[in-house]
Design a binder for this molecule. Sequence first.
Ligand code: ADP
Ligand code: MG
Length: 312
Amino acid sequence: MTQSAIEIRGLKKTYAAQKNAPAKEALKGIDLDIPEGSVFGLLGPNGAGKSTLINILAGLVIKTAGSVKIWGFDQDVNPRQSRAAIGVMPQELNLDPFFAPRAALEVQAGLYGVPKSERRSDEILAMVGLEDKANAYARTLSGGMRRRLLLGKALVHHPRILVLDEPTAGVDIELRQMLWDNVRKLNRERGMTIILTTHYLEEAEEMCDEIAIVNHGEVAARDSTANLLGRLDAKAMVIHPEGAVETLPEAPGLDVSRKGDAIFVQYRSQDTSAEDVLGAVRAAGIRIRDVKTQEADLEDVFLSLTRSRAAV
Ligand code: ADP
Ligand code: MG
C-alpha cells in the first residue's frame, strides 16, 4: 500500500473579521490524503482556498480546526519534524532584498538547522540556473530569477515533500518549462512528493498524477488526472427562449439551470450531442429564439462537479 505523504482531516480556516472585511471561512473541513511519491495538483479558481491550505502545511497560517500530518508527523505534536519534511515555494515573491542568492540559501539552511557540511548551495544554484547570479544583489534579479531562487530556498533542507503555490502564474514559457523540468526531475530521480496549486487546467493535466479540485473551501472532486479530465469533458449551451420558461428541460446527462432569462445547459460531448440538448429543450415546450455554445469555463465545471457530488 502506498503511504500518505500528507494526511489532512477536517481542516478548517476562518480568517478573523477586519475593519472593512467580515470574517471569511476559507476552508470548510478538508479531508485529503496525498500519496507518497506522487505529483499532486490542487486545482481551483482564485479565492478557492488553495494558498490557505498550502500556507497551513507550511506553518505560515494557523488553522482553526482539524489535523495535519506531514510525513506521518502531526503538526501539533511534532512541529519540528513535520516542518523539516516539507519545503514550500510560496505564491508571493517575498525575498529579502539584502541577500544575494547564495547568501539567501545559506541563511535559509541556517534557519532549518542544516549543518554546513550538508549544505548544497552551489548545487541548488546550478539546478535553478542562477550560478552566475550567486552574488548578485537580490534587487537586480528579474521576476523569473526571484521565482527560481524561491524554488531553491524551498530545497535547502532536502525536504521529502515539495509544495509549489502557483509556480507558473505570470511567468514566461521558458521559465515555465524550466520549472516543470526541475519538478519532474525531483520527482523521478529523488522520489520527492510534489504538490502544486494552479488555476490552469492545462498545467494540472501536464504535470499531475492525481488532482483534487478545490472550490469555495471544499474539495469538490478528487481523482486520477485521466479520470478527472474525462469528467471535465464539459460543454455548455446557453439557450434564449421565446417568452418565459415555466419548467426547465430534463434529460439524462444534462445539467440545467437558469442564467437570467436564459437556460444554461451543461453536458458531456462524449455522451450527449447538441441535437440531444435541443431535443430536450423542445420537448419541454420551449421555443428557441437563440442558441450559443461554449466550452465550459473552469468556474462552471467546478459548480457542476459540486452539484453532481451533492446529488449523489
Ligand atoms: P486561492 O489561493 O485559491 O486563490 P486563498 O487561500 O488565497 O485562495 O483565499 C481563500 C479566501 O480567503 C479568499 O476569499 C481570500 O480573500 C481569503 N483570504 C486569504 N488570505 C486572507 C487573509 N490573510 N485574511 C483574510 N482573508 C483572507
Ligand atoms: Mg493562491
